[in-house]
Design a protein around this ligand. Structure first.
Ligand SMILES: [Zn+2]
Length: 467
């Protein structure tokens, strides 16, 4: 498989790992709120990458961390008057439910930062011993950027830009700490405890405190996948400073290259603008379901654009996704006796060679889908003999497996929002009590929301109106 390596900015053939497993580390969620669809775009495309590598025999092994200790998790757990553990466990569970609804594979390892404090302290000790880090007056430990010549290689951030950065480990401006550091761009490996941290501190050789954000990825990647990763990935917003800092920590502590390949997923815009709460365009999976689209529609909409291109997400994307899935489903049912998607070992691609090649060429999901629909448009399933049908079915199924699309009917069922269900029930009751004016009014209201009611003698069904 070929992939664009953000380290060096070249499309490269991914070399298999001679030791057997192709190790990948993905930066995971900070569990303090719902993940939004921009986060999920990245996780979903990483999921597709893992599936393609699996089908292509790379034997991928994935670690994705859970950030369960940082400024935001601590702040909100205190606000909610629960322990940090209780608070982050709740949001981790919600994250897992969303992942499952979106048909994402579980990573092989999912380490939590708060359960790996010792590993982080050990790595910080090594960095201090080797002269790459120092203890400041405030009992925090900082990484000395000037000691690492390779700093900035990934993001091509210039030294001049670095000097104007005043960013703490959470990626926010942090002027308060500045005077303690030798250089404004030095970042915290260990933060001494502050009153607003409450009881959330650990004992270290440098006193009470907690790790900075970046060190968890370096320490946990090392523990679960070793000193050198095959591939590291995250959203493009993590390139600097987070990934740059991970490289600095890991390479200085381990004395080895941190990751052979880097893959960054581009930003997601919503209605042409950056997502934000104040603009009202920040969507979670729950918001999408409430609008009557399935999790699979969202999955399709988010993976069908190329990962390196900015995606402008609008609700029209979901309408298009719904139609596309229906088309895939109809075709699959014509060629397949069974309805579950699985991967097959295909020695020679005949029908969907171009579609699979597109995935192997820098994970070109739009080109892959383009080829699949070309085949659908040009092929009449009835004209295929049983043998051809069987071969096509295996290839089609394998491509759908790579994309993580399920084509069974149940999964495609549209989720109906609670408010619509309530309205529909009220209408049915009105009709039963022969209040036809009210029943008609409610039918119109449902229609305005895009839902159609179909009555039988004893009950009714709710259907999404044709767009
Ligand atoms: Zn990370």
């Amino acid at each position: 498989m070929k992939l664009f390596n953000s380290l060096g900015n070249n499309k490269e053939e991914l070399q298999r790992n001679p030791n057997g497993k192709f190790t990948m580390y993905f930066c995971g969620p900070t569990v303090y709120n719902y993940a939004h669809i921009g986060n999920f775009r990245t996780y979903l495309l990483q999921d597709v990458l893992t599936r393609i590598l699996e089908v292509d025999g790379y034997n991928p092994c994935v670690a994705r961390n859970i950030t369960d200790v940082d400024d935001k998790t601590i702040r909100d757990s205190i606000k909610n008057n629960v322990t940090l553990k209780t608070f982050t466990e709740k949001w981790t569970k919600i994250f897992h439910e969303d992942c499952e609804a979106l048909n994402m594979k579980l990573p092989d390892f999912e380490p939590k930062a708060a359960e790996h404090i010792n590993e982080q302290i050990d790595m910080i000790k090594i960095l201090i011993d080797k002269g790459f880090a120092y203890l400041a007056q405030d009992n925090s430990v900082y990484f000395r950027i000037a000691s690492f010549g390779g700093y900035g290689r990934l993001s091509n951030v210039e030294n001049r830009e670095l000097k104007t950065q005043e960013i703490d480990s959470a990626g926010k401006k942090n002027l308060a700490d500045e005077y303690d550091r030798e250089n404004v761009s030095d970042f915290a490996l260990w933060k001494s405890t502050k009153p607003e941290d409450g009881e959330n501190f650990w004992i270290s050789p440098w006193g009470k405190g907690r790790p900075g954000w970046h060190i968890e990825c370096s320490a946990m990647a090392k523990k679960y996948l070793g000193d050198t990763l095959d591939l590291h990935s995250g959203g493009v917003d993590l390139k600097f400073p987070h990934h740059e800092n991970e490289i600095a920590q890991s390479e200085c502590a381990n004395g080895k290259k941190f990751s052979r390949y880097w893959m960054h997923v581009a930003h997601l815009l919503v209605d042409g603008a950056k997502m934000s709460k104040s603009l009202g365009n920040l969507y979670t999976l729950g918001d999408i379901l409430k609008k009557g689209y399935s999790a699979q529609c969202l999955r399709y909409a988010l993976i069908s654009a190329h990962y390196s291109q900015q995606l402008n997400f609008t609700l029209n994307n979901l309408v298009a996704a719904r139609n596309a899935i229906e088309k895939l489903q109809n075709f699959f049912h014509k060629i397949s006796p069974v309805r579950n998607i699985q991967k097959f070992e295909i020695s020679e691609w005949k029908f969907l060679k171009d579609a699979f090649s597109a995935l192997l060429d820098d994970m070109n999901t739009p080109a892959c889908l383009g080829n699949v629909f070309k085949l659908i448009n040009e092929t009449s399933a009835e004209s295929l003999d049983e043998n051809q049908k069987h071969e096509l079915c295996e290839e089609f199924s394998t491509i759908m497996y790579c994309l993580g699309l399920r084509l069974d009917d149940e999964e495609q069922d549209v989720e109906i929002p609670e408010e619509i269900k309530t309205l529909a029930e009220s209408r049915w009751q009105a009709k039963q009590s022969k209040n036809f004016v009210e029943a008609d009014r409610l039918r119109k209201e449902l229609s305005n929301h895009g839902w159609t009611i179909k009555d039988s003698s004893t009950t009714y069904t709710i259907e999404k109106s044709e767009p």
